[in-house]
Design a protein around this ligand. Structure first.
Ligand code: AMP
Ligand code: FES
Ligand code: ZN
Ligand code: ZN
Length: 317
């Protein structure tokens, strides 16, 4: 196997692109794809202040490394979620990377700042851990970015994540979720920060190799709450398809964005206002985060301030 560019020994074969690369040319291929995604989708510009949500896993650390390497002004945000040793290890790897690059890292510890971590939050509210966790993450990403004046929030979602989410949404025809599934969510109101996914065309295999070649130490384990999650099954199925049909994951996501998503514009029309408690955007009087934490802290059910009705909130990201 020879490198497409220089004919040296290749370190990876990318069947979806009909190409193999040596170390040097793989790293430049990877960086160039991220740069192209940023430019092509107008994610951000050199004068933007970017907040990268960093979990300590391979994707978000690879993303942060590429952005710093390209000269972007990128700070990290790590949420200590309080999921046992998994969270401690994630914090350690993130801190280690930040200090090795001399990059700013903002940390939010759920237990210290809000009274409990995800495990307790889930048992007190009766919510599945991943759902309580996902909601808290989305809220805090937006809040920290807003409070600290960042213009954009970047996450490490990769092609496998996007293809698996798409498959899940298609299997149950979640039209509102499909309308929102995009590598760029613009700032539609002052309290909603722009969200971007610069790695959305790169696979997990590619981000893992990037970290290996750049000697980036990351958390290899999945979150213990994700064991048995549907998203892992969807990834497995898509990988089996990819073995027989190289490029299928990429075309699944790319063609969805090109052909289907533009047809779903009307699904994006939601009535958004500011939460009566915290001021963050919501489709209800009190946002999902505030009502979830009210419920956890009071040990009871959260009620809408004026009507007394039980609160539901629609996801707007
Ligand atoms: P996940 O939802 O765990 O698949 O993670 C998707 C993306 O969310 C990651 O690539 C990160 O950018 C971000 N993320 C996940 N967990 C954390 C965390 N604990 N702190 C900061 N960002 C996170
Ligand atoms: Fe949130 Fe696993 S990372 S429950
Ligand atoms: Zn080469
Ligand atoms: Zn709120």
């Amino acid at each position: 196997m020879r490198c497409l560019k220089c004919k040296e020994n290749a370190v990876i074969e990318l069947r979806q692109h009909n190409a193999s690369y040596c170390r040097t040319h793989f790293l430049s291929y990877f960086t160039n794809r991220v740069r192209q995604n940023i430019e092509h989708r107008r994610m951000f510009a050199p004068d933007d202040r970017i907040l990268v949500a960093v979990s300590g896993g391979k994707d978000s650390l690879a993303l942060w490394d590429v952005l710093l390497g390209l000269g972007f002004n990128a700070s990290g945000l790590h949420l200590h979620l309080g999921i046992g040793e998994y969270s401690n290890l994630s914090l350690e790897k993130t801190r280690h990377f930040a200090s090795s690059r001399g990059a700013e890292l903002i940390e939010v510890n759920l237990a210290k700042e809000y009274g409990m971590g995800v495990t307790e939050l889930s048992s007190k509210t009766g919510r599945v851990p991943c759902s309580a966790c996902g909601q808290s993450k989305r809220y805090l990403f937006n809040k920290v970015a807003l409070d600290r004046g960042f213009s954009v929030l970047a996450t490490g979602h990769n092609l496998d994540d996007e293809a698996a989410t798409l498959l899940g949404n298609v299997l149950s025809w979640q039209t509102q979720a499909l309308a929102r599934q995009s590598p760029v969510l613009p700032r539609t109101r002052p309290t909603l920060v722009k969200k971007v996914k610069p790695l959305y065309t790169l696979t997990e295999r590619e981000t893992a190799l990037y970290c290996l070649l750049k000697r980036i130490d990351y958390v290899e384990d999945e979150c213990p709450n994700a064991l048995g999650a549907k998203s892992l099954l969807f990834k497995e199925v898509l990988n089996r398809l990819e073995e027989n049909m190289p490029g299928v994951k990429q075309s699944f996501v790319k063609l969805f964005l090109k052909r289907i998503q533009p047809l779903l514009k009307s699904e994006q029309d939601v009535d958004v206002r500011d939460c009566a408690v915290c001021g963050q955007p919501t489709t209800r009087e009190i946002c999902a985060f505030c009502s979830l934490w009210q419920k956890a802290l009071s040990g009871g059910v959260a009620y809408n301030a004026s009507s007394g009705a039980q609160i539901e909130d629609r996801r707007i990201d």
